[in-house]
Structure formats: structure tokens, C-alpha cells
Design a protein around this ligand. Structure first.
Ligand code: TXD
Length: 311
């Protein structure tokens, strides 16, 4: 049986375990600093397995040794946004938490593939790779699957067409400067602009960019977790089943799109080795302007991290 460990058993971590358990993919471990909480959530979830018919093991722990021999480590530990906060406001607190989660898990699972969620996402993925000196294939940030799914959901609401017919691609950093690729997105193969007016499309693009903030403003005490966690389950399945599935994720750039030494959102191919390939979209002049703005925002947070942590 494969093994997946989730660090941070809060809203996103425990909901990731829930979606993963439904996929019957791997034994699961939940780790958190709060005493009793990961154990309680794991036991509760384990008690649901007879109902859904899965024989996976689910354990909770406050100790990293429980993660020994994991195939995948998912990092969701850290603070979430509250209304009025940007993802970058979380940098100082979360760099310390993620740095520790990355190094502690690496001691017990030196061959694991990391999926990072904690915000600021692109920069936390960068930190995870650097502190453990991992090859880039083994660190992937989750953002693009969620951002693209949000755009698909808004388009399905607008057009009344099944989400299965709607294919959207969002590029760039996981912030309000992300780049929804309307030119490359389509409904059953037909360009979006043939289905809805330019005004409506523009409104959907804006809602997608601010999709995380919309949920934060509604919840008031935390940020989105159902959709981000579903994205994690899709990524983990693509890896463990060696699907070579192309999904938008945050990946370490080594010359792609002219970028270097930065984690940035792009479609990538996921398989058993992790991030197998970066897919490069040809960008037109307008897309390039948005792209550069997003790069600048992510680069700024990477620079802020380098001032905080020696990597
Ligand atoms: O798409 C994405 N990338 C995101 C990212 C989508 C959703 C959530 N996103 C980010 O994940 C969010 O901005 C936060 O930075 C993290 C966690 O969000 P979540 O909503 O799950 O926050 P919670 O419910 O507060 O859970 C965080 C848990 C909580 O139980 C803490 O006790 C725990 O993290 N925590 C720790 N666990 C282990 N080790 C340490 N050091 C630790 N510190 C806190």
C-alpha cells in the first residue's frame, strides 16, 4: 500500500485526507502540533471506512516518526488568511512552520514527493525544495488545479453547461495577479469567447483571480478548503497511479518561459516520478504583460523569504 502523510490536520489537511480516503489510494497519516486533534480526526475518518468500503489505514500523530516511509508528503501546516490579509502577509510565520515540516519529514521519508499548499504557496514550495536540496521533480505546489477549477465552476454557472465540458487553464503565481488563459480555455473544444460575451468573460476572470478572497470574506475565520483539498487528491492520484496527467501546478523553473530559480504556476505532467515535464504555452503580447506582473509578485515574495531564511 502506498503511504501519504499530511502535515497540518486543520481544515485543508483533514479535508485532503477525506478526499484521498474516498479514492482508496494510500494509507494516510495526519500530523499536527495540536495534541489529540490529528488522532481524533484520523480515528473518526477510519471509522467511516467500513461505510465507504475501504481498507486503508488512517492514523493521527503529533510526532513526525509516524510519517516514516511516505511516498507523498502533503504540507498544509500553517496560518490561513483572515479578511483583509494577502497570502504574502503569512510569509514570516509560515516559513518557520513549513521549514520545520519539510526538514522533519525528510528525515523519515528521504524519497518522498512533496505537495505543498501552505501560503504564500509558490514561495513555500521553493522553501521546501531548498531546505531539503530536493530535485525539482519532487516538489510541486498546489494552486493551479484550484484556480482553474474555480474558473470552470463559474463558467458552468454562467452557461448551464456541464463542468465536464469546460476546460480552463490558469497560469502564474497563486495570487490576485494569476493569469487565466481565456484564449486557451474552451467549452467542448469551442473557444470561450464564442459562448459568452467579452463582458461576462472579463467578470469571470476577475472573480477567478479573487476567488480565494471571496471565500475568506464569507467564512471570516479561515480560507477555502474543500476545493483545494480535492485538488490535492487529484494530484496525488496522478502521481501514485503514474498517470502522466497534465495539471496546472506550481513548479520550479529552469529556463522555461525564460524564468529561473522561481516556483511559478504552469501546466505540468504528473506521474510516479513527480513533476515530469513543464508544458509551455505560447503567450501573446497581452498575456505576456499579465504574466510578467505575476512573475514580479512571486519574485518579490521569494526575495522576502531569502532575507528571512538562509537557503
Ligand atoms: O490552494 C492553496 N494552496 C491553499 C492554501 C488552499 C487552502 C489553504 N491554503 C493554505 O494552507 C492556507 O493559506 C494556510 O497557509 C494553510 C492551511 O490552511 P487551513 O485552512 O488548513 O488552516 P487551518 O485549518 O488553520 O490548519 C492549519 C493547521 C492547524 O491545525 C495547525 O495546528 C497546524 O496547521 N500547524 C502545524 N502542524 C504541524 N506542525 C506545525 N509546526 C504546525 N503549525 C501549525
Amino acid at each position: 500500500m502506498n503511504k501519504i502523510s499530511i502535515i497540518g490536520a486543520g481544515m485543508t489537511g483533514s479535508t485532503s485526507a477525506h478526499w484521498l480516503a474516498e479514492r482508496d489510494l494510500a494509507d494516510l497519516v495526519l500530523v499536527d502540533v495540536v495534541e489529540g486533534m490529528p488522532q481524533g480526526k484520523a480515528l473518526d475518518m477510519l471509522e467511516a471506512m467500513p461505510i465507504i468500503g475501504s481498507d486503508i489505514e488512517i492514523v493521527g500523530s503529533n510526532d513526525y516518526s509516524a510519517t516514516k516511509g511516505s511516498d507523498i508528503i502533503i504540507i498544509t501546516a500553517g496560518l490561513a488568511r483572515k479578511p483583509g490579509m494577502s497570502r504574502d502577509d503569512l510569509l514570516t510565520a509560515n516559513a518557520e512552520i513549513v521549514g520545520k515540516a519539510a526538514t522533519e519529514t525528510f528525515k523519515y521519508s528521504p524519497d518522498a514527493i512533496y505537495i505543498v499548499l501552505t501560503n504564500p504557496l509558490d514561495t513555500m514550495a521553493y522553501l521546501t525544495m531548498k531546505v531539503n536540496k530536493l530535485p525539482r521533480e519532487r516538489v510541486i505546489g498546489q494552486a493551479g488545479v484550484l484556480d482553474s477549477a474555480r474558473m470552470c465552476a463559474f463558467l458552468a454557472m454562467e452557461t448551464g453547461i456541464s463542468v465536464e465540458n469546460i476546460h480552463c487553464y490558469v497560469l502564474g503565481g497563486h495570487g490576485d495577479e494569476m493569469v487565466p488563459l481565456t484564449r486557451h480555455s474552451n467549452i467542448a473544444g469551442i473557444p470561450l469567447c464564442d459562448y459568452i460575451s467579452a463582458d461576462k468573460l472579463e467578470a469571470i476572470v476577475n472573480r477567478t483571480r479573487k476567488g480565494g478572497g471571496e471565500i475568506v470574506d464569507l467564512l471570516k475565520t479561515g480560507s477555502a478548503f474543500y476545493a483545494p483539498a480535492a485538488a490535492v487528491a487529484q494530484m496525488a492520484e496522478a502521481i501514485l497511479k503514474d498517470r502522466h496527467l497534465i495539471l496546472p501546478c506550481s513548479a520550479y523553473m529552469q529556463g522555461e518561459y525564460g524564468l529561473r530559480d522561481i516556483f511559478f504556476g504552469t501546466p505540468v505532467k504528473l506521474g510516479r516520478k513527480g513533476m515530469e515535464q513543464i508544458i509551455e504555452y505560447p503567450l501573446d503580447a497581452d498575456e505576456k504583460v499579465l504574466f510578467d506582473k505575476s512573475v514580479a509578485a512571486v519574485q518579490e515574495t521569494h526575495e522576502a523569504l531569502k532575507k528571512l531564511v538562509k537557503i
